[in-house]
Design a protein around this ligand. Structure first.
Ligand code: SF4
Length: 63
């Protein structure tokens, strides 16, 4: 799995950080998403899929 985030689309809701904190972080300066791991470990795959579903702005993509 490879994860990308679109900071221009992100509205800073933070759902991704609460759902998969090992993969996503929030910028202290502007509250927007930061990617901690573009290639999450197998144990985080389900959480990343949940984060995609919960993101209100469609800012997370997985391939
Ligand atoms: S859930 Fe979506 S909108 Fe919210 S911080 Fe994460 S990427 Fe941004």
């Amino acid at each position: 799995m490879r994860v990308t985030v679109d900071r221009d689309a992100c509205c800073g809701a933070g759902n991704c950080v609460r759902t998969a904190p090992e993969v996503f972080d929030q910028d202290d300066a502007d509250g927007l998403v930061l990617l901690r791991r573009a290639e999450p470990p197998p144990g985080s795959v389900d959480a990343v899929h949940r984060a995609v579903e919960l993101c209100p702005s469609g800012a997370i993509r997985v391939t």
